[in-house]
Design a protein around this ligand. Structure first.
Ligand SMILES: CC(C)(COP(=O)(O)OP(=O)(O)OC[C@H]1O[C@@H](n2cnc3c(N)ncnc32)[C@H](O)[C@@H]1OP(=O)(O)O)[C@@H](O)C(=O)NCCC(=O)NCCS
Length: 223
C-alpha cells in the first residue's frame, strides 16, 4: 500500500500534481497538511511587515492557529461554483513539506481569471523557491486549466512577493486596499496574461491529474 500522502483520492483535485526540477506541488490531502502542521505551529507570519490580509488564520495564536488554518482549508476545498474554486497544494522539496501554493478561480467560467496565494517556511525563504512555486502554479493555470489571465496582490512592503510577480513578467494593475491585523494598508495589484506567460513558458514543468480535475471545477475539457 502506498504511503497516505501518495494514495489516489476519489476527489480528483487532491490528485493534481505539478513537478519542476526543484519542487513539487501536490494536492493538499489531509495527510500532507499534517506534515505542514509543525511549520504552522512554529509560525508563518511572525513579524512585520505583515504579508496577509484579514481574516487570516495564520495570525492567530496557538493552538487556535492550527485549528483555524485547517478549517479554512477544509472550507475552501468544499466550495466549488462558477464564481469561485480554490485548489490547495502543499509544496514539497526533497521529500519535505515546506509551504503552500494555491490557485484560485475567480469568475473563471466568465473571464478565465485566476489568482494565486502562497507561503513558505520562513527558514527556506530567499532561495528562489518562491519564484519556482509561482512558475509551477502558472504552468498549471495556463497550460493545464486554460486560464486567460492570472492576478496577484501583495502589500506594498512585501518585497519578496512583489518581486516574484515582477520577475515572472507580471505587469502592474493598480492598487487596492485591505487590512492586515486590523491596520489598513495598500496592496499592489499585478496581472499576467496568457500571451505574456507564453513568452517565458518553461519546458521542464510537468502536470499530472489535471484532465480528471477539470469536470470537478466545471471546466470543459480542451477539444
Ligand atoms: C512570498 C514568498 C512565497 C516568496 O518566496 P521566496 O522563496 O522568499 O522568494 P524567492 O527567493 O523566490 O525570491 C523572489 C525575489 O524576491 C527577492 N526577495 C526575497 N526576499 C526578499 C526580501 N526580504 N527583500 C527584498 N527582496 C527579497 C529575491 O531576491 C528575488 O528577487 P530576484 O528575482 O531579483 O532574485 C515567501 O517570501 C513567503 O512565504 N513570504 C511570506 C508569505 C507571503 O508573503 N505570501 C504572499 C502573500 S501575497
Amino acid at each position: 500500500m502506498p504511503p497516505p500522502d501518495t494514495a489516489v483520492s476519489s476527489y480528483p483535485p487532491l490528485n493534481v500534481q505539478v513537478h519542476t526540477p526543484r519542487l513539487s506541488l501536490l494536492g493538499a490531502t489531509d495527510a500532507l497538511l499534517e506534515r505542514l502542521v509543525p511549520t504552522v505551529r512554529k509560525g508563518v507570519a511572525t513579524e512585520p511587515p505583515w504579508p496577509f490580509d484579514d481574516p487570516m488564520s495564520l495570525y492567530e495564536d496557538e493552538p487556535d492557529r492550527t485549528w483555524a488554518w485547517l478549517r479554512r482549508v477544509w472550507a475552501g476545498r468544499g466550495r466549488v461554483d462558477d464564481n469561485f474554486w480554490r485548489l490547495y497544494f502543499v509544496v514539497v522539496v526533497d521529500g519535505q513539506a515546506v509551504g503552500m501554493q494555491d490557485l484560485i478561480g475567480s469568475d473563471f467560467a466568465t473571464f478565465g481569471t485566476v489568482t494565486t496565494f502562497s507561503w513558505l517556511d520562513p527558514d527556506l525563504r530567499g532561495r528562489g523557491l518562491g519564484k519556482e512555486m509561482r512558475h509551477a502554479i502558472l504552468h498549471l493555470a495556463f497550460d493545464g486549466i486554460g486560464a486567460r489571465e492570472a492576478g496577484s496582490d501583495a502589500f506594498f512592503d512585501n518585497q519578496a512577493s512583489n518581486r516574484v510577480s515582477q520577475a515572472l513578467g507580471y505587469e502592474r494593475n493598480g492598487i487596492d486596499r485591505a487590512t492586515r491585523r486590523g491596520e489598513a494598508a495598500e496592496l499592489l495589484r499585478w496581472r499576467i496574461t496568457r500571451e505574456q506567460w507564453a513568452k517565458g513558458r518553461r519546458d521542464d514543468i510537468t502536470l499530472a491529474g489535471v484532465a480528471e480535475c477539470l469536470p470537478v471545477l466545471g471546466i470543459p475539457s480542451p477539444a
